[in-house]
Design a protein around this ligand. Sequence first.
Ligand code: NAD
Ligand code: UDP
Length: 312
Amino acid sequence: MTKRVLVTGGAGFLGSHLCDRLLERGCDVLCVDNFFTGTKQNVAHLMDNPLFELMRHDITFPLYVEVDQIYNLACPASPIHYQFDPVQTTKTCVHGAINMLGLAKRVKARILQASTSEVYGDPSVHPQPEGYWGHVNPVGPRSCYDEGKRCAETLFFDYYRQHRLAIRVARIFNTYGPRMHSNDGRVVSNFVVQALKGEPVTVYGDGSQTRSFCYVSDLVDGLIALMEAPDSLTGPVNLGNPVENTILEIAELILAKTGSRSEIASKPLPADDPKQRQPEISLAKSELGWQPTVPLDAGLDKTIAYFEKTLG
Ligand code: NAD
Ligand code: UDP
């Protein structure tokens, strides 16, 4: 039987790639999005597919549809966008999770939460294993997202314990690739766009802070592997690429790859910016047989090619 799959946030960066992959696998895909950061353009190529349906809806309001699986990705992911309307960000995380969990309970669907490495905050344990409880400021500018996502995880595990719901929680680390919003402020898209336009590449702080970047196709493979895993694997499971780089290294690599003459401009470090981040992925390796396969070099080439095309 054809699997009916709901993807919330399906018109966003990760969601649109997930919709692509689910359709390739023969699923019937319902993409729900309020287009806050996602666009119809991201899924325009799917509109003629009879197995694809697009619905404008805000998940802070209830939704009743018959589906077998739910991927809950709806939530702005970049600091600029999630801090634009922080109350709505918390509502999307918390009310959105309650609505989607209620739906999953009602229709007996399996449900996966797109959680985040931000639940670890500015980590004092490095690299971060799933057992680390995190170091999060509850009242800072990033808290609407970090604490919203932490509360969503709590709700997922309470629905699991209280209602025996089939849950999956993925903790996604920094992911990049084509269809990132060109001005959402995330580091890879920012640097590529700035380099291609010949504008200064804005390194916040001294650029010594680290992140570990996963290419989008690898991440989507991980999400599907987790959804298809046995019910005993609730997670949380870290999904990300453990290869760690400083932000200055990323800036220099992108400048070299684009052949740009842009200068590096130093800007103040935003409040509560985590100093380091690297996923510990032994759980995903052993339980899902998953690990990233696309090196940063190849992933950046594809991302640069995408922005070269879209920026004209
Ligand atoms: P994105 O901003 O491109 O996608 C989010 C999508 O959700 C957008 O299409 C947006 O319009 C939609 N949305 C936001 N609020 C909504 C609401 N209330 N109702 C319905 N739709 C809503 O971001 P992304 O990078 O694709 O992230 C997708 C998910 O993955 C998010 O939940 C994010 O927290 C998580 N995540 C992403 C990363 C990453 O590096 N990309 C890292 C960790 C976690
Ligand atoms: N960053 C930067 N310049 C930019 C955008 C981001 O130096 O133009 C830095 C940012 O301060 C952070 C890192 O890059 O240390 C990753 O930022 P992003 O917003 O992409 O992700 P997150 O901080 O949520 O991991």
